[in-house]
Design a protein around this ligand. Structure first.
Ligand code: G3I
Length: 443
């Protein structure tokens, strides 16, 4: 059972208070850094076969702090023969992310496309049990390494029905989606679990079908934490794009733009509008583009991405970066749902000008720690948290921080914190978190 522990809870900061950002701090100069200034991520789909291309990885590691494998975690890739799992390409991408401080979105555990041949030929209870075995095994393999999983992809029909898409998965019984979410939660209790789809970007029959499912899941305690909006667009996003994100966010789930690419002549404006909509929704956690350069796109000839085939920044890149650096709400995304924290203790490491507190999402074998640095009665310009990592714990990734051994120091954009305000950084680790006692010092 997942054990959620809140350590060293600190008072005095109103719920939902702004993550403090450097007022007048230098605007971010990369997509990832600028998104992080707003408490969000900026990601891209990655193909393992391109990781040996230095132009590709140069842009990837400079600009993006979240990675989705474009094809390598799909069913046909990870279980080509029934019961025989193959993770080589996907593991390569995860290793790259870990080596470069990037987080991972897992994509996708169950999807009616890209089923391996053996599954395409199955039905009924044999298929249902193969599906659940697949979810448990793959989510279990990546336990502790995935920020969010697309547990189910594209299960709703296009058009006006608002209902499910027919597929062999659907024909195993309407409850296949909730069964998949339950299996994924059991296998990786720390990962956020998402439903992901396309043509759900505005308020329409299909997105309303998804909305009703999410509402039902939330009311019945089916573990769903996020909804992915692919946003494969042919121009400006629909006028009710932000309102649609907001209605899902109001159900208590995180929303994510998961596969953004935009064709057409008003591409730059369209990208900016998508970014602004996300920044205006406090539970919009981040944006992922579906590839890096136009030449990497599945939409051959449409040039829908932010970099041209030579790796140069396009006008759409500049518009995206400017929008990320513009106004926007502070992110406030819900933690992985239930069970609630089982214990808490007051205190926290108060030091010279700042206080550090840690909250944990611990599961069997790993955890995510979120460290909050709160300035005292004066503004601070830099901070260091001393936080020894317990023995047996291996940090697999971190964000919004530079680590040197036990010292965790601010990065360029989050050193300045106004009096009484806070900023947060985090890390993911394998092992058991115990006795994490942070001490904070600031200048
Ligand atoms: O790698 C093989 C290659 O060995 C073979 O010679 C070639 C011949 O067809 O196929 C290659 O695999 C292709 C693969 O992309 C890698 O390029 C598959 O045929 C092709 O079907 C696959 O397309 C992917 C598609 O999903 C279907 O899985 C696209 O790259 C990928 O961008 C696209 O992504 C989807 C998301 O997962 C879900 N949402 C929609 C999105 C766009 O379709």
């Amino acid at each position: 059972m997942r054990l959620a522990v809140t350590l060293a809870a600190v008072s005095a900061v109103a719920a939902g208070a702004a993550v403090a950002l450097a007022s007048g701090a230098q605007a971010g100069s990369t997509l990832g850094a600028s998104a992080a200034e707003k408490g969000r991520y900026f990601g891209t789909a990655v193909a393992a076969g391109k990781l040996s291309n230095s132009q590709y990885t140069g842009i990837l590691d400079r600009e993006f702090n979240m990675i989705t494998p474009e094809n390598e975690m799909k069913w046909d890739a990870t279980e080509p023969s029934q019961g025989q799992f193959r993770y080589t390409s996907a593991d390569q991408i995860v290793a790259h992310a870990q080596a470069h401080g990037q987080r991972m979105r897992g994509h996708a555990l169950l999807w009616y496309q890209q089923e391996p041949g053996w599954a395409q030929n199955m039905s009924g209870s044999a298929l249902r049990s193969a599906m659940m075995n697949h979810v448990s095994t793959v989510a279990g393999h990546y336990k502790g390494k995935i920020y969010a999983w697309d547990v189910v992809n594209e299960a709703f029909a296009d058009g006006n029905s608002g209902g499910r898409r027919d597929s062999n998965l659907q024909r195993t019984g309407n409850d296949w989606i909730e069964a998949a979410f339950r299996a994924a939660r059991a296998a990786d209790p720390g990962a956020k679990l998402c439903y992901n789809d396309y043509n759900t970007d505005g308020i329409n029959a299909k997105s309303t079908g998804v909305y009703n499912m999410v509402k039902d899941f939330r009311s019945r305690g089916v573990p769903i934490d996020c909804v992915g909006f692919q946003s494969h667009l042919g121009g400006l996003p629909p006028s009710d794009y932000q309102a649609n994100l907001q209605r899902f966010a109001d159900l208590g789930v995180e929303v994510q733009i998961t596969e953004l690419d935009i064709s057409g002549s008003n591409q730059a404006t369209a990208y900016a509008n998508v970014v602004k909509a996300c920044l205006n929704v406090s539970r919009c956690a981040g944006i992922t583009t579906w590839g890096i350069r136009d030449s990497d796109s599945w939409r051959t000839g449409e040039n829908p991405l932010l970099f041209d085939a030579n790796g140069n920044k396009k006008a759409a890149y500049t518009a995206t970066l400017n929008a990320l650096n513009g106004p926007g709400s502070t992110v406030s995304t819900p933690p992985v749902s239930s069970p609630p924290p089982v214990s808490s203790s007051p205190g926290g490491g108060t030091g010279n000008g700042c206080t550090a507190t840690v909250s944990l999402n611990q599961w069997d074998g790993g955890f995510v720690a979120t460290v909050r640095v709160t300035a005292g009665s004066s503004a601070i310009n830099s901070w260091t948290v001393t936080l020894p990592v317990p023995s047996g714990v291996t940090v697999t990734g971190s964000w919004n921080v530079t680590r040197s051994g036990n010292s965790w120091t601010n990065v360029s954009y989050n050193g300045h914190v106004e009096a009484g305000q806070y900023t947060e950084f985090g890390f993911q680790a394998t092992g058991t978190a115990s006795g994490l006692n942070p001490a904070c010092s600031a200048a």
